[in-house]
Design a binder for this molecule. Structure first.
Ligand code: HEM
Length: 401
């Protein structure tokens, strides 16, 4: 007798993860995604999607079946893409392993530690000024300003370029989504912004100290083909700014809209590490990344066809009741949120995570020490980006301790 494994069919789900409604408030569509099964098919885009924590995490780790070299957005980067694919994000082993080794050394714990003093001094100065002002927009004045004060210099960029750096991040993430208004608008400004970024990553433009110079030093040691050094440096600028801007902005929105949670932070600013994890879980800056099935693959006992795009919903996984309990939608800084997938998982796990954490923990920690109350003074305004969940403006008032 021939035995056959009967695999459950993949249901169609009528949702649009990239409509303005879903981008502004993704949580309802994500609940439907989780409840429909481990994997769904979204006919509107001809893609597959998953939203349960255990499946999303396992798929991030299964780089063999779910590959990145065809792009981590909805489009197949081999057919059409707006820029040369990334050496890290958009590659598979063995090439990925080599580039990742170089970047891992560049962003070493020692290199990150050396930045701490300067990052702290900049945060102190910024908070002095914010306390003098009392009321400000938490997005432009903290979430954008602080990372732009510290990070480009850490890479070795010369002062200036605020507009280009913010635009480059927004373009990079919008371009991973479908051909909607957000992507079209972003790509319309891609030409001059990309040129600015490319020029800034040239050896002669970089300061002698910084992550960019360390990438060139690796090339000098023969660890990297010198022609690829600018491209590897570019990864820091596409992935390292909008992400931290979004994370810090989401944190300030979370606290300004939950005064009781800020009171706990103010009482014990050492809580900041755990609290930032809860922010990343509750409102994950990067809401999704895609993979492509290299061959037929399974998720649990469901078979996914070969050569299809699969959306991994990070935002959904981080609010999955199966993992976090029935109150998964509640923002609670006492929760043990470690283990979330806001930085991904597996071989592509965010390489900039230690810097992102340091930036956020320093600036939020400084505010927690010196600000007794933070409150909204007007309705926050959402920002629309195909892959990020972020705010355009969060007007706040702070009361000094
Ligand atoms: C809170 C802020 C950040 C978040 C939420 C975040 C999120 C992520 C996620 C989810 C991935 C996995 C991508 C995948 O699996 O396809 C990733 C990878 C990556 N991130 Fe971050 N990131 C942040 C900050 C940073 C910073 C500050 C840098 C640079 C210093 C950075 C550089 C990168 C790079 C280069 C990769 C690709 C790694 C690889 O493919 O091996 N990120 N990030």
């Amino acid at each position: 007798m021939v035995s056959m494994t009967v695999r459950p069919a993949i249901p169609d789900l009528d949702v649009d993860p990239f409509s303005d409604e879903s981008l502004r408030d993704p949580y309802e569509y994500q609940r439907r995604l989780r409840d429909a099964g481990p994997v769904v098919h979204i006919p509107a885009y001809g893609i597959y999607a998953m939203g349960r924590f255990s499946d999303v995490q396992a798929t991030f780790k299964d780089w063999d079946h779910f590959i990145s070299s065809q792009g981590v957005g909805i489009e197949d980067v081999r057919k059409k893409f707006w820029r040369t694919p990334s050496l890290l994000l958009e590659t598979d082993p063995p090439a990925h392993t080599d580039f990742r080794k170089v970047m891992g050394k560049v962003i070493s714990p020692g290199a990150v530690r050396e930045l701490r003093e300067r990052f702290s001094a900049e945060a102190e100065q910024l908070v002095d000024e914010l306390l003098d002002r009392g009321s400000f927009d938490a997005i432009t004045e903290v979430a954008q300003r602080y990372p732009l004060m510290v990070f480009p210099r850490a890479v070795g960029l010369r002062p200036g370029g605020r507009e280009e750096l913010l635009a480059y991040g927004a373009i990079s993430f919008n371009a991973l989504g479908p051909e909607n208004e957000h992507r079209t608008k972003a790509l319309a400004m891609a030409g001059p912004v990309s040129k600015w970024v490319e020029d800034s990553c040239r050896r002669e433009e970089l300061l002698p100290e910084g992550f960019g110079a360390s990438i060139w030093a690796a090339a000098d040691r023969g660890e990297l083909d010198p022609s690829l050094a600018p491209l590897l440096t570019r990864s820091l600028l596409s992935a390292g700014i909008d992400t931290t801007v979004t994370a810090i902005g989401n944190a300030l929105y979370a606290f300004a809209s939950h005064p009781d949670q800020w009171a706990m932070m103010h009482e014990d600013p050492h809580r900041v590490r755990v609290a930032f994890n809860e922010v990343l879980r509750w409102e994950s800056p990067v809401q999704s990344f895609f993979r492509t099935t290299a061959e037929a693959a399974t998720v649990g006992d469901v078979a996914v066809p070969p050569d299809v795009k699969v959306l991994l919903s990070i935002g959904s996984a981080n609010r999955d009741e199966r993992k976090w309990g029935p109150d998964a939608h509640v923002f609670d800084v006492r929760r043990q949120s470690g283990g979330h997938v806001a930085f991904g998982s597996g071989i592509h796990l965010c390489v900039g995570q230690p810097i992102a954490r340091m930036e956020a923990e320093i600036v939020l920690g400084e505010l927690a020490k010196r600000v007794a109350r933070i409150e909204l003074t007007a309705e926050p305004v959402a920002n629309f980006n195909n892959l990020l969940k972020s705010w355009h403006s969060v007007p706040v008032r702070v009361t000094p301790a």
